[in-house]
Design a protein around this ligand. Structure first.
Ligand SMILES: Cc1cc2nc3c(=O)[nH]c(=O)nc-3n(C[C@H](O)[C@H](O)[C@H](O)COP(=O)(O)OP(=O)(O)OC[C@H]3O[C@@H](n4cnc5c(N)ncnc54)[C@H](O)[C@@H]3O)c2cc1C
Length: 393
């Protein structure tokens, strides 16, 4: 694998950085919001992402026929990482997950309706797989869709739906055949979130992120908004999750948290001793810095593999997601330990070590190891698909 960027890729990265400098705005970029920043939830962020779309950078890897540039995945990676590094909104669900799944499995009608809007960032999506009794085991979802005229009537509940309170469309799995094996009776729908019968209630997490419960009470959806084939939704969801594990969990914030900790250790003294001279601290920093390199390479391996075409690289995405999110948590733990009691102070508190980042990171990084498939599930995937161990669930 060649880790060097080509001159064109270096030029693209510089162009992106220049564009981000020109559009620098604290309401759009905020590294202290951890991964919440990636969400396009305010008019300012939407406006900014529209500008990114005007540059032709959204869907840069998509086929030309559908408004893309057919560029290597590395361009998308460079763009997404540059956005993440500044704590800005990211290409996330629309381009990275839903757009790519529609490209692969959607009808021409669906492509014509959604793909141009995604490329111009004129639409936001929420993703609804999880239910109160179906999180890790998404194939157990019960939200029921019953045939009604030229469409379907949906009843039931989803939970943990991030973005539902501001998104326009809901990418949602529902059970269309209760008699089929559980993963063969699910269909994927696109549902407008302003439909009568939809109720959205907020849930606030320890990481300050708002997510939602969503209730369906006789919500009608036309056949036009069935994604791909009936009853094959679980296959599409699995593919989309492979994309999510990579697209939504960028590496730059981890690298940045490492820099914050390293700078703190280099500058700080404790009991008249430089923190950087403490052998225990030095050992911890060396271990974390090495693991950051490992995470970076695991991420690049997914990029390299996904550029070869074919289905998304499943096992590699799980390896990256597992290692990177667990590393984030270890980094947060180390920042709290090394920062001492003061690291419990919040962002914007005077004299908070590391600008209060340790505290927010500590609360946020727990979520990364759950959302998009918990760490234990990633281990199961690796055990089965890579190590050939028997199925345990
Ligand atoms: C902030 C946040 C945002 C989210 N956003 C969304 C969203 O937008 N859309 C969406 O659909 N979902 C979303 N989720 C849901 C997320 O994908 C689920 O929480 C996750 O899949 C875990 O499911 P669960 O919470 O039901 O836990 P459970 O499945 O009940 O798991 C509980 C524990 O048991 C372990 N476990 C379960 N099964 C196994 C097994 N077979 N082997 C070993 N261990 C196992 C799990 O790893 C976990 O540690 C979000 C979650 C959070 C926290």
């Amino acid at each position: 694998m060649d880790f060097e960027l080509s001159p064109e890729q270096v030029a693209f990265r510089e162009e992106v950085e220049h564009f981000l400098d020109e559009n620098d705005d604290p309401e759009v970029f905020d590294v202290t919001r951890e991964n919440m920043a990636q969400i396009v939830d305010t008019p300012k962020k939407r406006e900014f992402m529209r500008k990114v779309g005007d540059r032709g950078w959204l869907g840069i890897t998509w086929p030309k026929e559908w408004g893309g540039q057919e560029s290597d995945g590395v361009y998308e990676y460079l763009l997404n990482e540059a956005l993440a590094r500044r704590g800005g909104p990211q290409i996330g669900k629309g381009v990275g997950i839903i757009g790519k799944t529609i490209l692969a499995h959607g009808s021409d009608r669906m492509k014509k309706e959604f793909l141009p809007k995604i490329l111009r960032n004129e639409v936001e999506f929420a993703v609804g797989y999880s239910e109160p009794d179906a999180g890790s085991d998404a194939a157990s979802m019960k939200l029921r869709a019953i045939r009604d005229g030229e469409g379907w009537r949906l009843n039931g509940q989803k939970t943990w739906t991030t973005s539902a309170h501001f998104a326009e469309w809901y990418w949602v799995g529902a059970r269309t055949d209760p008699d089929a094996p559980k993963h063969r009776g699910i269909t994927l729908f696109l549902v407008p979130l302003d439909q009568p019968g939809i109720t959205i209630n907020g849930i606030w997490t320890m990481g300050d992120e708002r997510t939602n419960d969503v209730f369906f009470d006789d919500v009608w959806v036309s056949d036009d908004y069935v994604v791909g084939e009936l009853n094959r939704g679980f296959q599409y969801i699995s593919e989309a999750l492979d994309l999510e594990r990579f697209t939504m969990f960028t590496f730059s914030p981890i690298e940045q948290r490492m820099e914050v900790l390293r700078d703190f250790v280099a500058a700080e003294t404790r009991d008249d001793q430089r923190l950087g001279d403490d052998p225990v601290v030095r050992h911890e920093i060396a271990r974390l810095a090495t693991d950051c390199e490992v995470a970076r390479v695991l991420g690049l391996r997914v990029v390299a593999k996904s550029m070869k075409g074919g289905p998304p690289p499943t096992t590699e995405s799980s390896e990256y997601k597992l290692f990177a999110t667990e590393l984030s948590k270890r980094l947060a733990d180390a920042s709290m330990d090394i920062g001492g009691p003061g690291s419990q102070l919040r962002v914007h508190t005077e004299d908070a070590p590391m600008g209060g980042r340790a505290e927010s990171t500590y609360r946020y990084t727990v979520i990364d190891t759950i959302g998009g498939g918990a760490s234990e599930i990633q281990k199961n995937i690796i055990a089965r698909r890579k190590l050939g161990l028997p199925k345990n669930f």
